[in-house]
Design a protein around this ligand. Structure first.
Ligand SMILES: [Zn+2]
Length: 197
């Protein structure tokens, strides 16, 4: 997910629980960093399930990650195991093109991505049963963009997503100068400090 989506999840946790530690230094950044490794829809679902069982405390990052992974196993919906930098895990992207039929007015067309989530959104109206046949389709991004262009897209999106990481690192450095240590997290599991009573 993107930073904006990670913040949406954090807002849900803040408003959904009676008690949280997001006002402590480094906690929000740490959640952002880990959340951004996972898909938004899956994590949103995981939050639903965790808040159903306990809405008093914000679940530790490790519980969120566990629920998110279980969720992936139980869902039949397509999902990406790895974050897709082509479509930012949405499965589709939009392309603007002129339409000669309508005075060259620019219109947006959806293209499906080549990641698992994207493949699940491919649509070929003419391949449907005869009674459902339509002249519409959601073609693959590869029909419109060559390999180099797709690589450039990935690079650009990766840059945007990781800019947030750099900001977190900068915050870490600033906090260090005033003697506050922002914890590092390894292997995908987040810091779980003891909650003050
Ligand atoms: Zn994709």
């Amino acid at each position: 997910m993107t930073l904006v989506e990670a913040n949406k999840i954090i807002d849900r946790l803040i408003y959904g629980c009676n008690w949280h530690r997001f006002n402590e230094p480094g906690v929000q950044q740490e959640y952002q960093r880990v959340l951004m490794r996972y898909g938004y829809a899956q994590m949103d679902n995981a939050v639903d399930r965790l808040l159903e069982s306990d809405s008093k405390n914000v679940p530790p990052m490790s519980a969120l990650v566990k629920a998110c992974k279980e969720n992936k196993q139980s869902t039949t919906e397509a999902h990406n195991d790895e974050y897709c930098y082509i479509c930012n895990d949405k499965g589709y992207l939009f392309m603007t093109e002129k339409t000669p039929k309508y005075d060259n007015m620019p219109a947006q067309y959806a293209l499906h991505c080549i990641c698992p989530m994207g493949i699940s959104q491919a649509y070929e109206g003419m391949n449907c049963k005869p009674e459902d046949r339509r002249p519409y389709r959601v073609p693959s991004v590869t029909e419109y963009f060559d390999e180099q262009a797709i690589e450039d897209m990935k690079k650009e999106n990766r840059k945007k997503v990781h800019m947030a990481d750099e900001q977190i690192e900068a915050a870490r450095d600033r906090l260090a100068t005033i003697g506050v240590r922002m914890p590092y997290v390894d292997h995908g599991d987040a810091w779980e400090g003891e909650a003050p009573c």
